[in-house]
Design a protein around this ligand. Structure first.
Ligand code: NAD
Length: 427
C-alpha cells in the first residue's frame, strides 16, 4: 500500500493511497489486482501521447474487469520534466520508484547532446539490469506497410540489453587511454602465432565488445520460456559468429548450450530435425536454429513466415528491431519492453519527434501497444486483447492520426486525443 515507509523512500513523490507493489518469483511478476504503476510521460510528443494512452489503458481495464482490477498510476520523472523539478535528468526517486513497484511505462526521452550525459534509456536499462529488450513485431490490421504481405510478419525479438559494444567502453582516437590499450593489445597479438602479423593502428579509436555466457544465456532462457509458454515452435539465434568467433560465436554457442541443458525435452535443433526427425518437427517441440545476421535481415524480408522468435546480440538486435518494425508500418507503432528479473520498463520505441511535439498530432499507438505488452506481462490478457481490438478497428475504419492518414486512401485525419477516443469506442 502507499504506506508511510514507502513514502519516506522518495524525496518528492507521493505514492497513491491505494494500490500495491508487484513482487517477483523466479524472475516473473506476481501482480496484485490493483498495482501501482509508475509512468514517465516523456519529452516532446510524450505530453501528447501519454494522456491519450492512459485513457485507453484505463478504459480497457475497466471494460475487462469492471472495477475488480485497476491500475493506480504514479507519475515519476525523467528527461526535461525531471531536470526542471529535481535539477537532474534521471533523479534517484525515479529509479527507486521502479525498483519499489517493479514496473514502469514510459514515453520517449530526449538525450541531451554533449556534456558527457549518457542516454537516459541506456542508464535505466543498465541500472535496473533490464537484460532482455523484447520487441514484438505483429501486423494484425490495416496499417500502411511497404510489404506485400505484412500479415506474414509475426516476430518477437529478444535482444540482449546489457553488454556488447553498447556497454559503452570506448576510448577516443589518439587519447592516452586508447594508445595504452592499443600498445597492450599489439603486445598480445605479437605473441600470438595465429594473429599472423595483425596489428591495431595506434592512432585508432577503440571500443570493447564484452559478451559473456551468463548474460547471453539469461536472455536466451527468457526467449525459450516465452516460446514454451506461448506454444511458439521456432527460436532463431541471430549472430555474426562467422566473423567475430569468440564474442558473437560465443553467443551462439552459449544460447544452444542453455537450450540443450535446460530445455532438452522441449527443443530440437535444426541438425537433429533432419538427422533424427526426417525434417518434421515433433509435436510439442520448439525448433532451435541459428542464422548469421546479414542473412537474417534478408530472411525476415523474403521468408517472414519462417521466423517467430529471434534471439539477438545487443547491436544486431538494435538494428534488426527497427528493420523488422519498418515491415509492419514503422517505428510510430512499435512497442517495446525492457525486462529483468526484478523489474520491467515498457516503452514506445520511437523518439520525442520534436517536429510535431505539443501539436496533438502524434500517433499514440506505440505507447498504447507498450501498455498492451505490459498487461500481457501482468497476465491481464483480456485488457490486452481489448486494446488490440480497439486500435485494429480504428485503423480499419481509417480513422487515424496524420502519419497514417497521409498513407491511407480515404482516411479521416484525427488528433492524438481523438484517435484515443476512437480506439476506446471500438473496444
Ligand atoms: P523520432 O522517432 O523522434 O522521429 C523520427 C520521425 O518520426 C520524425 O519525423 C517524427 O515526427 C516521426 N515520429 C516519431 N514518432 C512518431 C509518432 N508517435 N507519431 C507520428 N510521427 C512520429 O527520432 P529522432 O528525430 O531521431 O529523435 C528525436 C529525439 O528522440 C532525440 O533526442 C533522440 O535521442 C530521442 N529518442 C528517444 C528514444 C526513446 O526514448 N526510446 C528513441 C529514439 C530517439
Amino acid at each position: 500500500m502507499g504506506s508511510n515507509s514507502t513514502r519516506l523512500r522518495f524525496r518528492d513523490l507521493k505514492p497513491p493511497k491505494e494500490g500495491s507493489k508487484i513482487t517477483f518469483k523466479d524472475g516473473y511478476p506476481v501482480v496484485p489486482d490493483q498495482p501501482v504503476v509508475p509512468f514517465i510521460e516523456g519529452d516532446g510528443i510524450g505530453r501528447d501521447i501519454w494522456p491519450a494512452a492512459q485513457s485507453v489503458f484505463d478504459a480497457a481495464v475497466e471494460k475487462a474487469y469492471g472495477g475488480r482490477r485497476r491500475v493506480h498510476w504514479l507519475e515519476i520523472f525523467a528527461g526535461e520534466k525531471a531536470q526542471a523539478r529535481y535539477n537532474s535528468y534521471l533523479p534517484d526517486d525515479t529509479l527507486e520508484a521502479i525498483k519499489t513497484y517493479g514496473c514502469a511505462i514510459k514515453g520517449p526521452l530526449s538525450t541531451p547532446v554533449g556534456g558527457g550525459i549518457r542516454s537516459l534509456n541506456v542508464t535505466l536499462r543498465q541500472t535496473l539490469d533490464l537484460y532482455s529488450c523484447v520487441r514484438p513485431i505483429h501486423y494484425s490490421y490495416g496499417a500502411p506497410s511497404p510489404m506485400q504481405h505484412p500479415e506474414d510478419c509475426n516476430f518477437v525479438i529478444f535482444r540482449e540489453n546489457t553488454e556488447d559494444l553498447y556497454a559503452g567502453i570506448e576510448f577516443a582516437a589518439e587519447s592516452p587511454e586508447a594508445k595504452k590499450l592499443i600498445a597492450f593489445v599489439n603486445e598480445l597479438l605479437a605473441k600470438d602465432p595465429s594473429a599472423r602479423g595483425k596489428k591495431v593502428d595506434e592512432l585508432a579509436a577503440v571500443g570493447i565488445k564484452p559478451m559473456s555466457r551468463f548474460r547471453s544465456q539469461r536472455n536466451m532462457r527468457r526467449a525459450l520460456q516465452y516460446a514454451v509458454t506461448h506454444g511458439i515452435r521456432d527460436v532463431c539465434i541471430v549472430h555474426k559468429g562467422n566473423i567475430m568467433k569468440f564474442t558473437e560465436g560465443g553467443f551462439r554457442e552459449w544460447c544452444y548450450e542453455v537450450a540443450l541443458a535446460e530445455f532438452r525435452d522441449k527443443v530440437v535443433t535444426e541438425d537433429e530435425l533432419y538427422k533424427q526427425h526426417g525434417g518434421v518437427l515433433p509435436a510439442g517441440r520448439v525448433l532451435v536454429k541459428d542464422r548469421i545476421a546479414d542473412n537474417a535481415f534478408q530472411q525476415i524480408l523474403l521468408y517472414p513466415k519462417k521466423y517467430y522468435i529471434l534471439v539477438c546480440t545487443n547491436v544486431i538486435g538494435d538494428l534488426l528491431s527497427d528493420a523488422a518494425a519498418a515491415q509492419i508500418g514503422g517505428l510510430g507503432i512499435a512497442p517495446g519492453a525492457n525486462i529483468g528479473d526484478a523489474a520491467a520498463v515498457f516503452e514506445a520505441t520511437h523518439g520525442t519527434a520534436p517536429d510535431i511535439a505539443g501539436k496533438d498530432l502524434a500517433n499514440p499507438s506505440a505507447v498504447i501497444f507498450s501498455g498492451a505488452m505490459m498487461f500481457e506481462y501482468f497476465g491481464w490478457l483480456e485488457a490486452r486483447d481489448l486494446i488490440h481490438r480497439g486500435v485494429e478497428k480504428a485503423v480499419r475504419a481509417r480513422t487515424v492520426t496524420a502519419d497514417f492518414a497521409s498513407q491511407l486512401e480515404g482516411a479521416t485525419k484525427l488528433t492524438t486525443r481523438e484517435f484515443a477516443r476512437a480506439v476506446i469506442a471500438h473496444m
